[in-house]
Ligand binder design. Sequence first.
Ligand code: 0X9
Ligand code: ZN
Length: 303
Amino acid sequence: SFNVFEYHSYGAMQEHLEMLAKMHPDLLKLATLGSSYQGRRMKLAKISLNPNANNPIIFIDGGIHAREWVAPAMAMYLIHRLVSDPEATHELNGVDWYILPVVNPDGYEFTRTSRTNRLWRKTRSKNALLDCFGVDGNRNFGFKWAVSGVSKNPCDKETYAGPKPFSEPETQMVRNVMITYGKRIKLYVSLHSYGQYLVYPWGYTGEFLPKEWQKLHSLAKMVSDAVEKAGGQPFRVMSAGKWYPAAGGSDDFAFGAIGVPYSYTMELTDGYEFLFPERLLHTVLPQFYEGFKVFGAQIRNEF
Ligand code: 0X9
Ligand code: ZN
């Protein structure tokens, strides 16, 4: 059976989602979004007490960066709590939670296949001209694409923005979810690691902030306080671009192109870089969950 405090293969996560959907058919529905570059099926977990109510949506994704294993683990833990914890009806009241646990399944599986691939970040698409692989999914979104913090070199292992915006099927699928549900999405959170940062737009520049920055900042502080109260480390809260400017991120696209009022990138854990130990998942994931309760309460009360 599936232990939520362990790291799993993409296949095991997909199987577990199918089983949860069978166990809780009126709470959890899986919507197929399409296939990754290498043909892995990608499914959006839609958790709702009343799918016909047109509730505000919280959209969460994880694992756009292959090596950041704690992000899919957090997304799976969120789904697990929301569907099987009886007290989670509170979190689900008046809010629908849409969760895509692994945006980059090809990259994720690549990091699992050998120790030498463990720190792969990008997708696994093959460049048309050069014998190089992968695009940084979080530089590939079509808002202020490639204006800062990117490499134009397809062989760059970290921040290659791609040949054009949304060149990758995986980022297209995230875009499609955002376009499909549009203004119903009131909160977007992209799960990453590491460094214990909770950052908001703009990511493409540190020169200025959106006019709504104080709302973004104060909600992030409330989330951080809740995590700290649960025994976790507080988050460093600031605009992404003030941390370091990088364009083409999913957070800027949600905020700037779709108009999602609350948009964040959450960098989970600190102290282990990309190799957060499996044996510590059981301590941090429940702490982070307390932060997501605060996100849920804000969206329910404000919208
Ligand atoms: O550089 C990134 O994509 C994120 N950090 S990571 O170490 N997980 O790679 C930060 C993204 C913040 N958002 C934007 N710059 N738009
Ligand atoms: Zn990342």
